[in-house]
Design a protein around this ligand. Structure first.
Ligand code: AMP
Ligand code: MN
Ligand code: MN
Ligand code: MN
Length: 285
């Protein structure tokens, strides 16, 4: 029997239900192919891929965990919170996600206007069609549209030239508060986890306040080994995890074979000294 630390666990992945390029079924098959034992699908602000993923994983050796990655606001910064093992049919969660989706659509219209103002043709129709028309539109869909239109060479280029703060296609947006999102996840019986903590441009003090608030709200874990972290980041957040008694999570943040740094199941492993968050999930059955 494999011990907890040795399981190949990937608790942060995306599908076509948000800004990934593989369908939930394709993602599950790829995970099985890569020897993944436990997989969570954590699309941005939507659970619309979960049913398909569960169905594909049925009868295989792969444990599929319903999850989500929700964009939140804390202290003026956008913080991503992963919710693991959520009741994905929870009515309050569904209603809140619908509201976030409306906000995403309105933001897309504002992004489009900002790009037009910068001299580009309208990208909205193409971005919407790339997003699959399911309402879950994000910056990645604009980036792919702009690559298709030969405005930039790749998605990364579009982000750094157009879609990040200070660039012409960046617009401010108000996501729900960290507090409301943690409460939403807890009420859907999920485990709230701070995604890729090294990515936020917060000072040491602000990050400390954020973690303290997250603990007081009922937050359970942080991602330590993720596709967004360098080995120095892993070491840093290993220490944070021990200091706050956080459960540690591992996830590739896989979006697409051609765009992502780590493929599904291929992120670095967790440092041995940490308690993996999947211990909680197994106990919860
Ligand atoms: P959104 O939630 O629509 O604001 O888009 C955020 C998503 O954009 C992230 O989840 C990543 O998939 C992607 N992203 C963010 N920054 C970059 C970047 N610098 N290069 C490529 N993709 C990025
Ligand atoms: Mn994404
Ligand atoms: Mn994220
Ligand atoms: Mn992600």
């Amino acid at each position: 029997m494999k011990i907890l630390q040795d399981l190949n666990v990937d608790l942060h992945t995306h599908s076509t239900a948000s800004d990934g390029s593989l369908s939930p079924s394709q993602l599950v098959l790829r995970a099985i192919d890569h020897g993944v034992d436990i997989l969570a699908l954590t699309d941005h602000d939507t659970v619309s891929g979960i049913a398909e993923g569960l169905e594909e994983a049925k009868g295989t050796g792969l444990t599929f965990i319903p999850g989500i990655e929700i964009s939140t606001m804390w202290g003026g910064s956008c913080i991503h919170v992963v919710g693991l093992d959520i009741q994905f049919n929870n009515p309050n969660l569904r209603e809140a996600l619908l509201q976030i989706q409306k906000g995403r659509f309105q933001r897309a219209e504002r992004i489009n206007l900002a790009l037009i103002k910068a001299g580009l043709p309208s990208m909205l129709e193409r971005a919407l069609s790339i997003s699959g028309g399911k309402g879950q539109i994000g910056r990645v869909h604009f980036a792919r549209a702009m690559v298709q239109e030969n405005i930039c060479e790749d998605v990364r280029d579009v982000f750094s030239n157009y879609l990040v703060k200070g660039k012409p296609g960046y617009v401010e947006h108000y996501w729900p508060s960290l507090k409301n999102v943690v409460s939403l996840i807890l009420k859907a019986n999920g485990l709230p986890v701070i995604a890729h903590p090294a990515r936020y441009k917060l000072s040491y003090n602000l990050l400390t306040y954020m973690f303290e608030e997250f603990v007081s709200l009922g937050g359970v874990g942080i991602e330590v080994a993720t596709g967004s972290h360098s080995s120095a980041d892993i070491e840093r957040f290993k220490n944070v995890s021990m200091e706050y008694d956080f459960k540690a999570s591992r996830g590739s943040d896989f979006h697409s074979p051609s765009e992502s740094r780590y493929d599904v199941g291929r992120a670095p492993y967790l440092p041995d000294c940490l308690l993996p968050i999947w211990a909680n999930i197994e106990v919860r059955g």
